[in-house]
Design a protein around this ligand. Structure first.
Ligand code: NOJ
Ligand code: CA
Length: 702
C-alpha cells in the first residue's frame, strides 16, 4: 500500500536572478508561489483561483547576525511528491492519508560571511505547511532569534474566531469579529484567568479560524512545535496582514538555536467547506511518526474522579478543608465550609463506581501534600509529588483499584514551579510505576519558575516535551493542563493523550463560564492541534442545585453534554459529574457508558464555526457508530443522512435528545430517549434546543 515517489530533485542552480516558483496541491486546487526577487523571498497562496494570501514575508531578525530577510540569492530548488498513508496508535480514523507536493528553496545571502536558509513548503489538498531549516554552515552555528518575520497577508477584512494573544494562557472565551475589530475587543480582561500575560495590540493566538466574505475557511496554526517558542499573530488592521510573534524568554530573547536546526511548521488549512477543516489531518501529517517503540501501555479510556466536587466548592484539595476552586480560581463568593475531597473512603466510592460502569481510570486531585500553599504565591517548593495526605492510603487504594481492574490517574499540579517539578519528576514517575498508576494529569496553574519564563516560551516548550518523553520512558500516559496549545505532537508521542490548553468546562463552575457557542468553536481552533481534556458529561447543570442562590451554570442542555463526547475528540474522556448524578439518570448515563474513545472512522456531517457541528464516528474494531450534534444559543434542525452506514445492514439506534421545551437557560435537564432502526438510506431529523444537542448510539443488528 505504501507509495512514495520522489519526482524531481535539484531542478536548478541559479544566481541572483528573479525567480517565481510555483507548486500546486495534488488535486490542483491550491496554488503556492514563491518569489525570490530583488534579494527578498515571499510566498503567496490561492485556492480555486481566488487569492488567499497576497505576497507574504519570510525571514528572521537574528540577535547578532541582523536581518535575515533581504539580500538573498536562490541557490537551489528541490521538489518532491509523497503519497502514502500511516496508522496512528489511536485516533479519529484507522489510517491517515499523507499526500503532498513539496518545494524547497535554498537561499544564500550575498555577503562576505553568507548565511544559508532553506525554506520547505508542502502543499496538500487541504492546505499548506512550511518551515525554515538552517543547514550546517560555516558562518552560522549558535544563534539567537530576536524575531520571526513570517507573515500571512490576508486579502480582506475576514471574519475571525479568536482569543487574545498571550504568552501564558489560552483560557480565554472566543471573540468573533472582523480583523479590524481585533485591536479593540481583545482589551477586555478576564479576571478568572489567573496567570495571563496578554500582548498589547491586535494580537491573536493560533489556531486561528477565519472565513472570507465569499465563503472560504482559513485556519492558521503550527505543527511540531519543538525547541522553539509558540507563535502568536499580530494583525495590521489596515492591511489585514498578520505577522508572527514568538514568545520571549526571561531576558527578552526568543529562540536559542544551533544549526543544523529548523523551526516548527507554519500551517494554513483552506477549504470552502467547513467540514474539511475539521477533517484535516495536515497538522498530524507534518509531525514525525511515533517514536514509542512499544505502545502497548497506551490505552484510550474513559475516567471519573475526585474533581468536580472541588470545582463546585463542596470539597477541597487541601487536607484542612479550606481551599476550594472558588477561592483558588474565582472570587471566593461561593466558598463553603467544607472538607478534604481525596480521602481513602471517597476514593473507594469512585473506584467502585468506575469498576461497576466500565471506566478505565479514577483521577484523584488533592491526594498529595502541598495544597495549603499552592496558589498564587510564586513559591518554588510547594509540592513533592510523592507524599500522600494522611487520609489518602495510597498503597491500599492502589491494590484496591488493581483488584477492581481500574487504574488510578495520578495528579501533579506543578503550581508553575517547573524547576521544582523537574527535580521530582523521576522520583514521582517511579512511584507511579510502583503503584501501577497508568496515567498522569499534570497542571501548570501559576506564574512559571524559572521566574520570568512564560508558559509559551522555548524553555517551557522544552519542558512539556521532556515530561512527555519521560512519561513514555516510564510507560505513563499523560494529560497536561495549562500547557502550550498542542501542535500534533501526539503523533510522535502517542502517550501524550490530551491537553487542556483552552477554556475548559471548569470555567462554568466558578466564572461567567463558556457561552453555548464555545464548544462549536473549539474544534475549529484549539482542537486543530490535538485532543482536549474538556471534561464533558455534566447532568446537574445549575450550581444552585448545590449552593442555593449560586448563579453559575453550564451553558448547555443535558444531551448536549452527551454529544460533546463525539464533537470534542479525545482518546481520554472524563465522565465529569458526581456518581450520584449519574445514578439518578441511568437512562442518559447509558450513552456515556457505551460511547467509545478510539475510532476506525470519522465523518463530519455538518459544521459551521460558532454555529453547529455534527460528527459520526465508528468505534474501533466494531461496526457501531456514535453521533454527536451540537448547536450554539440558537435552536436548529439538521438532517442526519445515514449513508455512512453499511448498505444492506440494519442498526439499532438510541437517540438522546432535547425535550420539546428544553433550553440551556430555562430547562437544561429535560431530555427524551428514543429507539429506532436505521439503514444507510435513513434520514434522521435532529432537533436541537437553544444551547442543545443530540447524541446517538448506533449498534449493528447482527
Ligand atoms: C486547573 C485545571 O484545569 C483543573 O483541572 C485542576 O483541577 C486545577 N487546576 C487544580 O490543579
Ligand atoms: Ca485549567
Amino acid at each position: 500500500m505504501k507509495k512514495i515517489f520522489i519526482l524531481l530533485a535539484s531542478l536548478l542552480s541559479v544566481q541572483a536572478i528573479a525567480q517565481d516558483l510555483h507548486i500546486q496541491a495534488p488535486n490542483g486546487q491550491i496554488s503556492l508561489n514563491v518569489h525570490v526577487k530583488n534579494g527578498s523571498a515571499t510566498y503567496d497562496l490561492s485556492y480555486k483561483n481566488k487569492s488567499v494570501l497576497e505576497p507574504s514575508q519570510l525571514g528572521f531578525q537574528l540577535q547578532e547576525q541582523g536581518l535575515l530577510q533581504n539580500n538573498w540569492s536562490l541557490v537551489k530548488v528541490d521538489s518532491a511528491e509523497v503519497n502514502d498513508s500511516w496508522a496512528p496508535v489511536w485516533g479519529e480514523q484507522k489510517t491517515i492519508k499523507n499526500h503532498y507536493k513539496e518545494l524547497a528553496v535554498l537561499l544564500k545571502q550575498n555577503s562576505a560571511n553568507p548565511i544559508s536558509l532553506r525554506i520547505v513548503f508542502r502543499v496538500f489538498n487541504d492546505g499548506i505547511g512550511f518551515r525554515y531549516e538552517f543547514p550546517e554552515q560555516e558562518f552560522l552555528q549558535h544563534f539567537v532569534v530576536s524575531d520571526e518575520l513570517t507573515s500571512f497577508n490576508f486579502t480582506n477584512n475576514h471574519k475571525v474566531w479568536w482569543i487574545p494573544g498571550d504568552f501564558d494562557t489560552n483560557e480565554y472565551a472566543y471573540y468573533t469579529s472582523n480583523i479590524t475589530d481585533v485591536a479593540t475587543l481583545g482589551k477586555k480582561k478576564d479576571g478568572k484567568i489567573f496567570t495571563a500575560t496578554p500582548i498589547q495590540g491586535a494580537f491573536v493566538q493560533t489556531p486561528l479560524m477565519m472565513k472570507t466574505a465569499d465563503g472560504i475557511y482559513i485556519n492558521v496554526h503550527e505543527a511540531a512545535l519543538v525547541n522553539y517558542p509558540a507563535m502568536d499573530l499580530k494583525f495590521d488592521t489596515q492591511t489585514f496582514e498578520a505577522v508572527a510573534t514568538i514568545a520571549p524568554d526571561a531576558v527578552g530573547n526568543k529562540a536559542y538555536m544551533h544549526a543544523p536546526c529548523h523551526t516548527p511548521w507554519r500551517t494554513v488549512v483552506i477549504s470552502d467547506d467547513a467540514r474539511d477543516v475539521l477533517a484535516s489531518k495536515l497538522i498530524l501529517n507534518l509531525n514525525e511518526p511515533s517514536k514509542i517503540a512499544n505502545p502497548s501501555f497506551i490505552k484510550p479510556m474513559k475516567y471519573v474522579g475526585i474533581w468536580l466536587e472541588m470545582h463546585l466548592g463542596i470539597s477541597t484539595w487541601d487536607y484542612a478543608g479550606k481551599q476550594v476552586a472558588s477561592d483558588a480560581e474565582s472570587d471566593g463568593k461561593t466558598r463553603a465550609k467544607t472538607k478534604h475531597g481525596a480521602t481513602t473512603e471517597n476514593m473507594v466510592k469512585y473506584i467502585d463506581f468506575a469498576a461497576k460502569n466500565g471506566f478505565g481510570g479514577v483521577l484523584a486531585e488533592g491526594w498529595n501534600t502541598g495544597w495549603e500553599d499552592w496558589f498564587g504565591k510564586w513559591k518554588e517548593d510547594v509540592f513533592d509529588f510523592v507524599t500522600p495526605y494522611p487520609d489518602f492510603d495510597l498503597p491500599y487504594l492502589s491494590q484496591y483499584a488493581k483488584n477492581k481492574g481500574v487504574g488510578i490517574i495520578t495528579h501533579h499540579e506543578t503550581s508553575g514551579s517547573v524547576t521544582n517539578y523537574e527535580r521530582w519528576m523521576d522520583t514521582a514517575y517511579r512511584q507511579m510505576v510502583k503503584y501501577g498508576s497508568p496515567a498522569l494529569k499534570s497542571g501548570y496553574v501559576g506564574r512559571i519558575i524559572p521566574r520570568g519564563e512564560y508558559h509559551d516560551g522555548q524553555w517551557m516548550i522544552n519542558h512539556y516535551l521532556r515530561a512527555i518523553k519521560k512519561a513514555a520512558d516510564y510507560n505513563i500516559m499523560l494529560v497536561a493542563h495549562e500547557p502550550v496549545r498542542p501542535t500534533g505532537l501526539h503523533r510522535t508521542y502517542p502517550n501524550f493523550m490530551a491537553a487542556e490548553a483552552a477554556r475548559g468546562q471548569e470555567f462554568n463552575f466558578w466564572s461567567e463560564g463558556n457561552m453555548p457557542e464555545h464548544e462549536t468553536i473549539l474544534p475549529f481552533t484549539r482542537l486543530m492541534g490535538g485532543p482536549m481534556d474538556y471534561t464533558p458529561g455534566i447532568f446537574k447543570i445549575k450550581k444552585s442545585y448545590y449552593i442555593p442562590g449560586a448563579k453559575e451554570q453550564v451553558h448547555t442542555t443535558l444531551t448536549k453534554q452527551l454529544a460533546l463526547y463525539i464533537t470534542l475528540y479525545s482518546p481520554i474522556q472524563m465522565a465529569t459529574d458526581l456518581p450520584e448524578n449519574y445514578e439518578a439518570r441511568p437512562d442518559a448515563f447509558q450513552f456515556i457508558k457505551d460511547v467509545a474513545v478510539d475510532w476506525d472512522d470519522t465523518k463530519i456531517l455538518h459544521a459551521e464555526p460558532g454555529d453547529y457541528i455534527t460528527i459520526a464516528r465508528k468505534a474501533k474494531g466494531t461496526n457501531n457508530w456514535f453521533v454527536g450534534s451540537i448547536t450554539d444559543e440558537n435552536a436548529r434542525e439538521l438532517v442526519m443522512d445515514c449513508s455512512f452506514l453499511d448498505a444492506g445492514k440494519k442498526y439499532a439506534a438510541t437517540i438522546y435528545k432535547d425535550a420539546e421545551n428544553a433550553s440551556w437557560d430555562n430547562n437544561p435537564e429535560a431530555y427524551k430517549i428514543e429507539k429506532i432502526t436505521l439503514t444507510n438510506k435513513s434520514k434522521v431529523k435532529l432537533k436541537l434546543a437553544r444551547g442543545g444537542g443530540t447524541a446517538i448510539s448506533i449498534f449493528e443488528i447482527k
